[in-house]
Design a protein around this ligand. Structure first.
Ligand SMILES: NC(=O)c1ccc[n+]([C@@H]2O[C@H](COP(=O)([O-])OP(=O)(O)OC[C@H]3O[C@@H](n4cnc5c(N)ncnc54)[C@H](O)[C@@H]3O)[C@@H](O)[C@H]2O)c1
Length: 333
């Protein structure tokens, strides 16, 4: 195996990470996958992948807050995909220190390890949440950063460190800034699995937060394709730059629930629950993506419509084996 064939992934056991691992193996890579150390010997979603995929995956238990475990992870890698993060906005109100430790210090550890070991390419993961409520649409990478939650602030901190390591040390880092992503394996902290999961579990009374915000939803396989696009493009096209990924289409949470109800053939009674409503200035009211820069640099384009992605996600949650992995009856923070 050549060094460049080895891809290292943080956050590999998570929603997007597990789909990325599958795609990397399908593209012929060996993968070294960091799974956050836990006492259950759980590899998260990696436990559910096919054996022939797992045969190409070396799982390393570790923690991005620990420089030593990050150093071991990136050794000999041709590309590092850094996805590990704490991602829930409501939990970031409760536990902000852990967000800074994971999303800022954890990213610093990855940057340092990549620098120390001369890894040829790092893909750092940002989020559209760093833009805050759109001031102009669609949102290009030149849109101001406005961090309305501790989560967004911690992700923007990681982004700024990544930019600074490129400027200061010529680190070959590229930042991918995905807009909202959905699909099989997503946790019920996010709106689409919350709605589909509650309906699949037999409920017709759906409890949500604010129904007005709009989002630009990408199917997970399209977001993964964007990761691969920036991970494999010629350095001169992508290194030192930030790229949005998203569809350019927006839908409100309320409209989305209506569409899911239609696709699941279910009459839904939607209730707004005060516990789920965010502080007014913290709620990001509008996000819609301009992915023109990514398209121009790599040729990437989304390949799934919202409806296609929702149908696949519904199929996933309707499988009782999958649904049994979730707690559909509680508010998942
Ligand atoms: N899901 C989305 O809509 C979306 C949109 C934009 C950006 N992102 C970004 O994509 C990345 C993946 O998000 P996801 O939706 O798959 O969430 P996820 O929670 O499923 O994945 C995050 C992973 O990071 C791991 N992790 C957390 N703390 C860690 C630590 N200290 N050490 C090692 N691993 C740790 C978790 O175990 C988890 O597997 C994140 O960086 C997130 O900010 C997600």
């Amino acid at each position: 195996m050549t060094a460049s064939a080895l891809a290292a992934v943080t956050g590999a056991e998570g929603f997007i990470g597990s789909h990325l691992v599958e795609a990397l193996v399908a593209a012929g890579h060996k993968v070294r996958a960091m799974v956050q150390y836990n006492s259950f010997s759980s590899y998260g979603w990696l436990d559910t992948l096919d054996q022939d995929v797992l045969a190409e995956v070396e799982v390393v238990l570790g923690d991005v807050r620990d420089p030593g475990s990050v150093g071991g992870l990136v050794q000999g890698a041709g590309t590092v995909y850094h996805l590990a993060a704490l991602i829930a906005i409501p939990y970031s109100y409760r536990a902000p220190h852990s967000y800074v430790e994971t999303n800022v210090t954890g990213t610093l550890n990855v940057l340092e390890a990549v620098r120390a070991q001369g890894v040829p390419r790092l893909v750092h993961t940002s989020t559209s949440e760093t833009y805050g409520t759109a001031r102009t649409v669609p949102i290009s990478e030149d849109h101001p950063i406005n961090t309305q939650s501790p989560y967004a602030a911690s992700k923007a901190g990681g982004d700024r460190l990544a930019d600074s390591y490129h400027a200061s040390f010529g680190l070959p880092v590229v930042t991918l800034r995905p807009f909202n992503t959905f699909g099989p394996r997503q946790s019920m902290r996010a709106v689409i699995p919350t709605v589909i999961g509650q309906v699949a579990a037999g409920s017709r009374e759906i409890t949500l937060g604010d129904l007005r915000p709009t989002r630009d939803f990408s199917y997970v396989k399209d977001t993964v394709a964007a990761f691969l696009a920036v991970g494999t493009a010629p350095a001169e096209a992508v290194v030192g730059r930030t790229f949005n990924s998203g569809t350019g289409e927006e839908i409100s949470v309320g409209e989305l629930v209506g569409l899911i109800g239609k696709l699941m053939d279910a009459e839904l009674d939607v209730r707004s629950d005060a516990e789920r409503v965010r502080p007014a200035d913290s709620e990001v009211m509008r996000l819609v993506c301009d992915a023109g820069r990514l398209r121009a640099a790599t040729g990437w384009a989304p390949a799934h419509t919202l409806e296609e992605g929702l149908r696949r996600t519904i199929d996933f949650f309707r499988d009782p084996l999958n649904l049994a992995r979730y707690k559909a009856g509680i508010y998942n923070v």
